[in-house]
Structure formats: structure tokens, C-alpha cells
Design a protein around this ligand. Structure first.
Ligand code: NAD
Ligand code: DAU
Length: 365
């Protein structure tokens, strides 16, 4: 990313968006306009490190608000739009898919429409940009659009057919298809990234790793769905941010790039690793292991068995590789949560407690 590109980021108060925005603003690589609806998953505390920074402007609003998006695009004239905004939790999409359709599908459609109008205005003002675009629309997506793998299947590549299995992944797949269509039909200079499971600081504790970390410390059960042998491919969040930055700098327009950490682990292995690190850093007062708190509960409906990302295109074409191994990243993550108890207390109030009580009371041990 060249010095001080202006970027309209959506969803930049969530887990991945906030990690990326803080990183880019602090490193002086971008001037960010951050549009976020502040749903239960959005949190201004995630952005405290850049509060008042001259190169960060926070705007509270919805990607589906076309007037607002249009005003922001024309006022700030960004060099790129990076779309992180989404409803992101699979279990919530099973309980109530509507918000997922509204934001992930309809919201992305509205964002694309206004970006298309902005792009058309840009090429009218500067026809040379049509052949040699400086502008990019980068859509942040997920490996879940590819569906599920058996133990012996090869990892997902960019040409694996889409086969989404949850309302969440179906809504993300729909948004990916819209992004692709806006390139092929209207010539919008788009890039799409499909990433595996992220973990790290500011991860909202409805997701497996932060949920089990916090439950362990609170002496609560660590709920493992089904047999715990489902496999996810874990990537430290700042490696994801660096990959997005690299795709924005040098990715080929219209292409998709898989992002992953080559870290396939079963859910049980992940939770056991967390327990081992906690046993070392913050031992239980009774001397027992946190593994005693592991509890098998009813499986997620339609639970995908295995995800694995083949990120070799990104490595080959753009020279990106993750900096963290799972072992180094998970240790950093545990230490971050141990040292940020204020953040934890603030996010685990009200709405969060309601979700946890409702969701886990339905899951018999
Ligand atoms: P998150 O749920 O932590 O954050 C989502 C953010 O989007 C929140 O700040 C929320 O307030 C905002 N938002 C939601 N609806 C909005 C709307 N209509 N308008 C504006 N803002 C809105 O999600 P995350 O885990 O940070 O994921 C970010 C993106 O990355 C998503 O698109 C997700 O599909 C994708 N992704 C996530 C992972 C992962 O492991 N978490 C992996 C691959 C891809
Ligand atoms: O693969 C990328 C996706 O990773 C992203 O697109 C999603 O936005 C993100 O939420 C994540 O989806 P998962 O469903 O894989 O993440 P989650 O943390 O919810 O679950 C990880 C695994 O752990 C999954 O197999 C379900 C299981 N699980 C989850 C929870 C919350 C449990 O066993 N117990 C739990 O309590």
C-alpha cells in the first residue's frame, strides 16, 4: 500500500476490521474512513489506540444506507473500499438468518451500487483510469463458501466450486457472486479474498477460541460441539491484515485470493492447547487442569466437518506468507486476553449474556 492511500473501510469496528484499521493507521500506510453500524459485534473500544488520530475518521452507519455511502465516497474520494462489514457468526445465522441476508447480501449490493456510481464518476472525470484503474473494491470473504471437506480431500483452491452449507456462508457466497458480477458486467475493479478461521486480540467471545478462554477463567464448561473432531484452518488476525494489504497493493483485478495459515486443527486440539497454555500462565487454584472443564454438547446443525485453505496462489503471485505459527499466535492471544480484562468485562455484558444463555441452554451436555 503506498503512503497515505485513502480507504473507505466498512465494518472496521469488528474483530478483523479493527485489527486491520489500527495496524494500517498506526503504520502510516492508510488514511481510513471507517463506516460501521456498531451492531453487537462492533466496538469502539477496539479502536481506542487510534482515537483522535488525524488519519482515522469513524462514521456510524449502515453499508445499506445508500445516501450515506454515496456522500462518503464523493466527500473523501477514496482510492479503495474494503468491505469487512457482515454478520459473521454461523450459530446466529442458524437461529435467525434475516440479518445475514440484509447486511451480507442486500447491504453489499447497495454498497456495490454506490461504488459503481462513484467509479463511473471517476472514469468520466479521468477516462485514462478506465484502462489503468487506481481504484479498487476489495471484498473480504470466507473459506466457508466452498462448503465442507472430507479428511482426504485436497484443500480449497480458488477454483473449488462454491457449496455453502449455512445461512451465513450462503449469504457470503451470494455477496461474492455479486462482487464478481460487478466486475464482469460493469468493469468495477474488484478483488475478493477468501480467508480461513481467524483468531487473536479483540475476537468477540461468541466464537470458539475467546469463548473457551473466558469460560475457562470463569470456571464454566468449555462447550465442544459433537465429537470435537471437526477441523478448522487457523490464521492469526494480523497475518490476515497483511495479506489483505498485499492483495490491495498487487492483486490482479477481478481475481480471488485464498488466505490461510496452513494450520489445520481439530476443535478438541484447539481447546486442549488453550487449556495447556492457561495451566501454565494462570493455573487453577485447585491445581487441576482446565481440561476438566471440557464438555461435549449437542452438535451445530449442518456442521461443516473440515475446512482447509490452499494459499499457494497468494504466496506464489504476491509473496505473502503468515508470520505466526499456531503455537506462537495462540500464546499471544491468550496473553492478550489475560491482560485486557477491562475489554472482556465490557463486551460480556447485556446482549452477550442473553445470547450465551439462550444458545447454550438449548445444547444438552
Ligand atoms: P465481526 O462480526 O467481528 O465484525 C463485523 C463488523 O461489521 C462489526 O463491527 C459490525 O458492527 C459491522 N457491521 C455489521 N453489519 C453492518 C452494516 N450493515 N453496516 C456497517 N457495518 C456493519 O466480524 P469479523 O470476524 O471481524 O469478520 C469481518 C469480515 O471477515 C466478515 O465479512 C467475515 O465474513 C469475514 N471473515 C471472517 C473470518 C473470521 O474468522 N472471523 C474469516 C474469514 C472471513
Ligand atoms: O472459516 C472462516 C469462518 O470462521 C468465518 O467466515 C466466520 O465468520 C467465523 O465465525 C468462523 O466460523 P466458524 O463457525 O468456523 O467459527 P466458530 O468459532 O463459531 O467455530 C469454530 C469451530 O468450533 C466450529 O467447528 C464450531 C465449533 N464450536 C464453536 C463454538 C462457538 C464449538 O465446538 N463450540 C462452541 O461453543
Amino acid at each position: 500500500m503506498q503512503q497515505q492511500k485513502i480507504i473507505l473501510v466498512t465494518g472496521g469496528a469488528g474483530f478483523i476490521g479493527s485489527n486491520c484499521v489500527v495496524n494500517w493507521v498506526q503504520s502510516g500506510t492508510a488514511n481510513v474512513i471507517n463506516l460501521d453500524k456498531l451492531t453487537y459485534a462492533g466496538n469502539l473500544e477496539n479502536l481506542a489506540a487510534i482515537e483522535g488520530h488525524a488519519h482515522h475518521t469513524f462514521v456510524h452507519g449502515d453499508i445499506g444506507d445508500r445516501d450515506l455511502v454515496s456522500r462518503l465516497l464523493h466527500k473523501y474520494q477514496p482510492d479503495a473500499v474494503i468491505n469487512f462489514a457482515a454478520e459473521s457468526h454461523v450459530d446466529r445465522s442458524i437461529h435467525g438468518p434475516e440479518d445475514f441476508i440484509q447486511t451480507n447480501v442486500v447491504g453489499t449490493f447497495h454498497l456495490l451500487e454506490e461504488t459503481r456510481a462513484y467509479w463511473n464518476a471517476r472514469i468520466k472525470a479521468n477516462p485514462a483510469e478506465k484502462e489503468n484503474p487506481c481504484f479498487r473494491f476489495l471484498h473480504v470473504s470466507t473459506d466457508e463458501v466452498y462448503g465442507t471437506l472430507s479428511a482426504s480431500d485436497p484443500a480449497f483452491t480458488e477454483s473449488t466450486p462454491y457449496a455453502p452449507n449455512s445461512p451465513y456462508s450462503a449469504s457470503k457466497a451470494a455477496s461474492d457472486h455479486l462482487v464478481r458480477a460487478y466486475h464482469h458486467t460493469y468493469g468495477l475493479p474488484v478483488l475478493t479474498t477468501n480467508c480461513s478461521n481467524n483468531y487473536g486480540p479483540y475476537h468477540f467471545p461468541e466464537k470458539l477460541i475467546p469463548l473457551c478462554l473466558l469460560n475457562a477463567l470463569a470456571g464454566k464448561p468449555l462447550p465442544i460441539y459433537g465429537d470435537g473432531q471437526q477441523v478448522r484452518d487457523w490464521l492469526f488476525v494480523l497475518d490476515h491484515c497483511n495479506a489483505i494489504q498485499r492483495v490491495l497493493e498487487a492483486g490482479r483485478i477481478g481475481e480471488t485470493y485464498n488466505i490461510g495459515g496452513w494450520n489445520e486443527k481439530t476443535n478438541l486440539e484447539v481447546v486442549q492447547t488453550l487449556c495447556r497454555i492457561l495451566d501454565e500462565l494462570k493455573p487453577r487454584t485447585d491445581g487441576k487442569s482446565y481440561q476438566e472443564q471440557i464438555t461435549f454438547v449437542t452438535d451445530r446443525p449442518g456442521h461443516d466437518r473440515r475446512y482447509a485453505i490452499d494459499a499457494s496462489k497468494l504466496e506464489r503471485e504476491l509473496g505473502w506468507k503468515p508470520a505466526e505459527t499456531f503455537e506462537s499466535g495462540i500464546r499471544k492471544t491468550v496473553m492478550w486476553y489475560l491482560h485486557h480484562q477491562d475489554w472482556v468485562h465490557h463486551v460480556t455484558s447485556g446482549e452477550y449474556r442473553h445470547w450465551v444463555n439462550q444458545h447454550y441452554s438449548e445444547k444438552a451436555e
